[in-house]
Design a protein around this ligand. Sequence first.
Ligand code: NAD
Ligand code: TYD
Length: 351
Amino acid sequence: MNNLLVTGGCGFIGANFIRYLLEEAPGFTGRVINVDKLTYAANPLSLADIEKRFPGRYVLVRADIVDRPAMARALDAHGVDAIGHFAAESHVDRSIVRPDDFIQTNVVGTHVLLELFRERRDRIARFHHVSTDEVFGSLGPTGYFTEDTPYRPNSPYSASKAASDHLARAWHETYGLPITISNCSNNYGPYQFPEKLISLMILNALEGKPLPVYGDGKNVRDWLYVRDHCTAIWRVLTRGAPGRTYNVGGRSERPNLDVVGLVCDLVDELAGPRPGGKPRRELIAFVKDRPGHDRRYAIDCSRIERELGWRPEESFETGLRKTVRWYMEHREWVDQVRTGEYQRWIKAHYG
Ligand code: NAD
Ligand code: TYD
């Protein structure tokens, strides 16, 4: 793997993955070509130091994965020999309000990449498609998603990801292309845009703002620290069997209300009490439920553990503590995102 193209590398997981690749990934000595459209969810400043610390090994190309000629140019100009496909519209609430971009990027964009891969099958050795456990729908109080669970997506986001998974799988079956897929649970950690549960709650708690909990707060998610997701993707890219899918989870199921309560307690401990000594749990505000809100996700990740020897390193408690600290210690990044300065930076650099 000399020239690895990462799509969506300025987003949350992509930026963490690029950082992991260049700083830590065992045996990776190649270059990273990060192709990103730079939507609202992208922050190129998340990788500003990487560009300086690894000269010649990191390049950012602003392009839309739906734009076939632009993507062909990126693949050919940089001699790409492997692809890690992270780019997506990723937020369920936005998909409910405006699904259009989800269909374009997640479905059409994945199709474009698969076709370009098919045309270059003699030069590109691997395509890894990053996906979500939300494609499996919602669980009752017991049981787990396995790789054989039938797809039953409920939101426009998960339906668009399910469609992209089917395309990736079919391009392997029909054309014999070396494609792998991973379906992962909810990620949290550094550089996450503050619209997802944990990043939003940490910043609101630090700023003394209300903490909106949807419905009764008893919906359950499985939480995975983002670095653990990165190590899983690297394992699959380097050792996964072509055509195989792998579930990735943190073995950390929690009801949302417990997650938000724990965030409050950690912020109280690490940042000190609010004025008047009031605990942050008092900021919790129950709000109207999300339409079609999946009740429970839980992942059986025994395949990747057994076949590829992967394990998550962080428990939910250690990962969440690290995450709260990270947001407290990276106020500059937070301010750039909160004030929209990162978007002005993108405009100044890329028009
Ligand atoms: P994100 O929203 O933080 O980042 C997405 C990135 O993709 C952004 O940098 C954005 O600019 C880029 N992008 C969007 N549309 C594009 C387009 N048309 N062309 C090029 N780039 C485009 O998302 P994330 O949380 O980092 O998720 C990354 C991947 O992981 C997604 O495929 C998502 O479905 C999947 N996933 C995420 C989670 C999670 O908890 N965040 C869990 C499981 C799977
Ligand atoms: P989210 O981070 O949007 O991820 P996903 O919907 O992809 O699982 O939401 C995680 C859970 O938290 C989900 O059950 C919805 C809930 N939630 C809230 O209760 N309040 C919020 O402000 C947000 C963003 C999410």
